[in-house]
Design a protein around this ligand. Structure first.
Ligand SMILES: [Cu+2]
Length: 132
């Protein structure tokens, strides 16, 4: 039933190693939070999804694709303005949602008769206060 001394030592080293890996994983996640990745398709004449909801302070990564021709995406509040070319190659925009509110998301490239109706919204909700 008794484990030989050498085996016990290996076991202990293994536990410490796994513990360190977990601890370093957690601390690096705190330093650089992973962005919220949201895929958006722009097509005549809408964004899908039309409404994006995030939380204050979130790092947001929008992965934009066109469903047909050339479009654009503009969110003035966060100085986001990017052309979305036709084709399958996505355009990636990253920003921090550092203001709370309801911000219009507009198409910035004229894309036809319904261009002015091509509107969406980025909704940034206040981060709940930490519980005491
Ligand atoms: Cu447009």
């Amino acid at each position: 039933m008794s484990v030989p001394a050498i085996g016990r030592r290996h076991l202990t080293a293994g536990v410490i190693l796994v513990g360190c890996m977990l601890a370093s994983g957690i601390s690096s996640a705190r330093q650089a939070p992973e962005p919220r990745v949201i895929e958006v398709v722009a097509k005549r004449f809408a964004f899908e999804p039309a409404e994006i909801e995030v939380t204050e302070g979130d790092r947001v990564q929008l992965v934009l694709r066109s469903g047909d021709g050339v479009h654009g995406l503009e969110i003035k509040q966060f100085r986001v303005s990017k052309e979305i070319p036709r084709g399958t190659e996505p355009v990636v925009i990253e920003f921090t949602a550092d203001a709370v509110g309801h911000f219009p998301m507009l198409c910035s490239v004229y894309c036809g008769d319904g261009h002015d109706d091509m509107k969406g919204a980025l909704v940034v909700n206040a981060r709940p206060a930490a519980q005491p």
